[in-house]
Design a protein around this ligand. Structure first.
Ligand code: BGC
Length: 407
């Protein structure tokens, strides 16, 4: 059944929906996922112009988007998330999609915390796609079994496993040395060591006592230890190539959000058999919600395209099929998880439990917790430390200074 977008232009039948969509879903699993959206868009009469910008974590896409908007040539829609949505809104360049949101009862079907990210001054300014969890460890099942290793549930266990693997000639940790990947590992370690309250204080509230604490020194100590578990060629490696190292048994573990599961699935690997998933040591859940914001553009066809796109991404069928491919879970609470695997159900259960227990937290490394300047200041420190012999004490001082200067 065709979905009727609630945009007046489309409903009147005057304009065929068109959208130029800027996104950064270019790896194998990501491309399969975005194809689902392109197909649904076309099936509903839309014409999609693809504007993919390669680069994990979306930094390159963010730069490309800024250049387009500054040149007065904004795309119809762009993959933007977290406080960046509000930052763009404040620049006065986003379209209001409240009509679609209200017609489709978004406030009734989205968790409140997530709905909040999609709103700007009481209007709806972005459409959510999924919930990715960031704090995951992925492992090659055969490599662990061959070395008598269980999935680690503490950082000490992780380190002990890594030592065993290293002695056996296996790379313990597949890692790509790009700033956002360093930040991804760092925030998982920080959640484990600081705990959920400490994480919130440090990376949501920017509380200086927590930032300068001994626990933060311990976080950098663990990062230094883990630097010893990556191979010599890690610099600049793309995250999906690191996932491939785990897939082919060259490395045992990867610490990465569940878009990595999309890569395993795209390669036909089976969770629980070929690869294992477990949340990184410690309590809590770091969420990362992908979303599309629409830019204020002229043309009934484009506005119809925006309405259709917004309606589709929150639609039930897209939420299921897209997230099965993407490795994430549906953002809607009313989509059944019967067809999802054990990693996805673990994610959904942990999300519900952490929401109850107050440990559901926005990912700083994936742009959900802080504005760009503050997140950038933290990541610069993390990556400077990881790629040098800087002491943990110096890293903590640099972190405190960088955050203070970014405010
Ligand atoms: C995005 C994911 C994406 C990943 C790698 C994350 O920040 O939320 O959708 O797959 O980066 O590019």
């Amino acid at each position: 059944m065709a979905i009727i977008a609630s945009s007046a232009a489309f409903a009147d039948g005057h304009a065929a929906p068109e959208a130029e969509v800027l996104h950064y879903w270019t790896s194998g699993g990501e491309a399969r996922s975005v194809a689902v959206l392109q197909e649904e868009f076309a099936a509903n009469g839309g014409t999609w112009t693809d504007m993919p910008v390669a680069g994990g974590g979306g930094d390159a896409a963010g730069t490309a988007l800024r250049a387009r908007v500054l040149a007065g040539n904004a795309p119809t829609a762009a993959q933007i998330k977290g406080p960046a949505i509000q930052e763009w809104y404040e620049e006065g360049v986003l379209a209001d999609i409240s009509e679609v949101a209200e017609a489709n009862n978004w406030s009734g079907i989205l968790p409140e915390a997530i709905a909040g990210h999609m709103q700007c001054d009481g209007t709806w300014c972005a459409a959510p796609v999924n919930v990715h969890r960031v704090d995951w460890i992925w492992a090659n099942a055969e490599v662990l079994e061959a070395n008598g290793i269980e999935m680690p549930t503490t950082w000490d266990e992780f380190n002990a496993a890594a030592e065993t693997l290293q002695a056996a000639g296996v790379i313990p940790l597949a890692h790509g040395g790009q700033a956002w990947q360093d930040a991804t590992v760092f925030e998982a370690v920080a959640l484990g060591i600081l705990g959920a309250d400490g994480f919130r204080k440090a990376f949501v509230e920017l509380d200086m006592d927590t930032i300068k604490s001994d626990d933060m020194i311990a976080v950098f100590d663990q990062m230094r230890t883990m630097r010893g578990y990556v191979d010599d060629n890690f610099s600049g490696r793309d995250w999906n190539l690191a996932t491939a190292m785990v897939m082919n048994g060259e490395a045992a573990f990867q610490i990465m959000g569940d878009w990595a599961k999309g890569e395993f699935m795209a390669a036909g690997k089976v969770p629980g058999e070929d690869f294992l998933c477990l949340s990184t040591p410690g309590d809590g859940f770091l969420y990362n919600v992908d979303s599309f914001a629409m830019f204020a553009v002229d043309g009934d066809d484009k506005q119809a395209g925006q309405a259709l796109l917004a309606e589709l991404v929150v639609g039930e069928s897209f939420q299921e099929v897209f997230n099965l491919n993407k490795g994430s879970i549906p953002v809607r609470t009313d989509v059944a998880l019967d067809n999802f695997d054990s990693c996805a159900t673990l994610s959904a259960d942990d999300m519900a439990a952490s929401n109850e227990g107050g440990s559901l937290l926005p990912s700083y490394a994936h742009g959900m917790a802080l504005r760009g300047a503050q997140a950038g200041a933290i990541t610069d420190t993390v990556t400077a430390h990881f790629n040098s012999d800087m002491s943990s004490e110096d890293a903590v001082q640099m972190l405190a200074d960088a955050i203070a200067n970014s405010l």
